[in-house]
Design a binder for this molecule. Structure first.
Ligand code: COS
Length: 394
């Protein structure tokens, strides 16, 4: 049974309830597509399916939630509650569908928020129509959590910028049509000397040098930039403001990562409920055992607590709060950590089946893990929360 009671919470209005119902209908109608899995474990095994998912999500208008209305989107500006609802529902059905959706948003939001009209007009309508696959290229071999340490450089040369360096763990790397890519331009020290560029995948000097295989396959790559010449109009906003743009983008997407975790946790609970009511143990259904009921209660309570934090953060942003650093960090931290525990309990209650390749708990166990790492590891979210608490005292 699909949980819908949370949609009555005051964070939502009829628009959101309608969106959730329509997306559930879409997922039911596209069940065969959502049941497809990457062909094997090679680093590029998920490429073809990701492309198909992007096209399918676009064909029925879901990617319109990734861009503002002026460029073919669904709402005047990016609506975080809608992004979260779409991610939660897609992730409950198929993690790769959620991934395909999320990357269209993460790899275009910096353009939507800070890009020139020319950039927005050139990129965003194609993103919404699924004609362009997006990527967000921030991490480097020596700069993951500590963004200020990034070493890729961009040097101005007439009407071009010349980029040199390496980016790694770039989602959609290898299939993306463009990368929103961050490089050091040196206007100031550390965070104050970074700029954001939109780099087309075909730009000479940009090369995908390694495809990376992960425990839950999705397109991921290491990129090398060797005298990569990027036209000056591909700079997003102002030179030197890239760190702020990256953080503002992540602030929108961190609650949505929490929402994806929520979807996976709900899938784990649903699978567990189906199992414990069917399976008999010691002469009765497993669900009759107090030790099992205790686990079910803890799983459901953790899920609701995470949902409250996720949709609180989304609602705060949608109602116009400029910065939601603390709320976004709490949502991502709590929801991803709780989903890991809930999925682990689902594996435990499934017994041998839980660790059997191809079972739903086993799949969720592999899929949930990366969410505690990407877009700011749990440790970084704790740092953001603590700093915000301490700043309030100063
Ligand atoms: N919106 C707008 N501006 C923001 C912001 C936000 N949400 N968060 C920070 N900023 C601004 C700050 O206001 C500050 O501005 P000033 O220079 O004008 O004072 C500037 O950015 C620097 O912020 P801060 O001092 O907090 O930067 P630090 O280098 O100390 O640390 C952390 C920042 C660790 C929080 C950051 O590097 C981070 O989030 N790391 C994780 C990165 C990540 O998510 N990587 C995954 C990549 S995508 S898979």
């Amino acid at each position: 049974m699909v949980e819908t009671r949370f949609l009555d919470w005051p964070f939502f209005d009829d628009r959101h309830r309608q969106l959730a119902a329509e997306l559930e209908g879409w997922c039911a109608a596209r069940a065969a597509l959502l049941a497809r899995r990457p062909a094997g474990e090679a680093p590029d095994a998920a490429d073809a399916l990701c492309r198909v998912l992007v096209r399918a999500l676009a064909a029925d208008g879901w990617l319109r939630h990734c861009v503002p209305a002026a460029f073919g989107g669904a709402s005047e500006r990016l609506e975080v509650r809608s992004l979260c609802l779409v991610r939660e529902i897609l992730a409950r059905h198929a993690a790769l569908a959620d991934f395909a959706f999320a990357m269209q948003g993460l790899g275009s939001a910096t353009i939507a928020l800070f890009g020139s009209d020319w950039l927005r007009q050139r990129y965003l309508p194609e993103v919404a129509r699924g004609e362009r696959i997006c990527a967000f290229a921030l991490s480097e071999p020596e700069a993951g959590s500590d963004v200020a340490a990034l070493a890729t450089t961009a040097r101005r040369d007439g009407t071009f910028w010349i980029l040199n360096g390496e980016k790694t763990w770039i989602s959609n790397g290898g299939i993306a049509d463009h990368y929103v890519l961050f490089a050091r331009t040196g206007e100031g020290p550390g965070t104050r000397g970074i700029s954001a560029f939109v780099v087309d995948a075909q730009t000479p000097g940009l090369e995908v040098v390694e495809r990376i295989a992960t425990i839950a396959p999705h397109p991921l790559a290491r990129l090398r930039l060797a005298d990569c010449r990027v036209p000056a109009e591909q700079l997003v906003g102002e030179a030197g403001a890239g760190f702020r743009y990256a953080m503002a983008t992540l602030e929108i997407f961190r609650p949505t990562v929490g929402a994806a975790a929520l979807g996976m946790a709900r899938a784990a609970l649903a699978t567990t409920l189906a199992r414990v009511t069917r399976r008999r143990l010691f002469g009765g259904p497993m669900s009759g055992l107090a030790v099992v009921q205790e686990k079910l209660a803890d799983m459901a309570t953790a899920i609701d607590a995470a949902a409250l934090l996720v949709y609180r953060a989304a609602w705060e942003k949608d109602r116009g709060r400029q910065r939601i650093d603390r709320e976004a960090a709490m949502a991502k931290l709590f929801a991803t950590e709780m989903a890991q525990r809930v999925v682990d309990e689902a594996v435990q209650l499934a017994g041998g089946l839980g660790v059997t390749r191809g079972s739903r708990p086993e799949e969720l166990y592999r899929e949930i893990r990366a969410l505690r790492i990407y877009e700011g590891a749990s440790e970084i979210q704790r740092l953001v929360i603590a700093r915000d608490l301490l700043r309030a005292l100063a």
